[in-house]
Design a protein around this ligand. Structure first.
Ligand code: 6PG
Length: 256
């Protein structure tokens, strides 16, 4: 059973990004899943591991669940060498893994809800530790895993109404980090400190896919893609492909 890949209803190219717009959230997730499987197949066929960073928040839950279900139910997908596919987190909240806000917990309940992927390949941020220690230890794990500079095959990102991405929020210190790969970042407006990939990490990726859905994001998407704003998400300029995967509700203010 091959993955029925829905075509975008619109495709735009704006601000150096390829924008693929799908009719609704279900076809958005199916399109994003198909691109994930393409990246995995390409990486494994080249003899490399496939390293993917997960976006947090609520939007990607449905995508991760679809990937889990497709992989478990499709022999052609299930037979891929998933032992060589590793999942990391583009950011994490400063909470233990069993906390309802944990991105790791969200991924466990969705992407890891079936028995296909290796538990050891879901690389958790030790976010129960003090944020500076959690960030440093995650960076050390990444440097060890990659044997040097981390270059992800695919990084998924979301974006909030204020144009943040990962935990790179407007006006926060991590926006100015140019050396480290992972840092702790104080987010005063949320009264919290988070652990996040930095722009050096995001921009070293072979591919970055923003996944944005729903009408409450339409104004942010317009600001991010149809104006010359320099909101945090606009500073993600990966070495390779930059995709925005949107549904029509989120893309409502984008005209061809
Ligand atoms: C997080 C994410 C964050 C998220 C956006 C969109 O940990 O919350 O990294 O950047 O992607 O806030 O979140 P929603 O998908 O819930 O709208």
């Amino acid at each position: 059973m091959s993955l029925a890949v829905p075509a975008p209803v619109r495709e735009l190219h704006m601000r150096d990004a390829d924008i693929r717009i799908f009719a609704d959230q279900a076809t958005l997730f199916a399109g994003a899943a198909a691109e994930f499987f393409r990246v995995v197949r390409e990486s494994l066929a080249s003899g490399r591991n496939c390293n993917v960073a997960l976006a947090g928040g609520s939007t990607p839950k449905g995508l991760y669940q679809l990937i889990a279900d497709k992989t478990a139910g499709d022999p052609d997908l299930r037979q891929l060498d998933w032992s060589r596919v590793h999942f990391f987190f583009a950011d994490e909240r400063s909470v233990p893994p069993d906390h309802p806000d944990s991105n790791y917990g969200m991924a466990k309940r969705s992407l890891y809800s079936r028995d296909t992927f290796l538990p050891a390949n879901l690389h958790r941020v030790l976010a129960e530790k003090p944020p500076n220690a959690a960030a440093q230890e995650y960076e050390n794990e990444l440097l060890s895993h990659f044997g040097g500079a981390p270059e992800f095959d695919l990084i998924w990102l979301g974006s909030g109404p204020d144009g943040h991405t990962a935990s790179l929020f407007p006006g926060t210190a991590a926006l100015n980090e140019t050396n480290r790969w992972v840092v702790e970042n104080d987010v005063p407006k949320m009264n919290t400190t988070r652990i996040t990939f930095t722009y050096p990490m995001l921009n070293a990726a072979d591919e970055v896919m923003f996944l944005v859905s729903g009408p409450d994001k339409k104004d942010a998407i317009h600001s991010l893609l149809a104006t010359s704003s320099d909101l945090p998400a606009t500073r993600v300029r990966p070495r390779g492909n930059l995709f925005w995967y949107l549904d029509e509700a989120a893309a409502a203010r984008l005209t061809a």
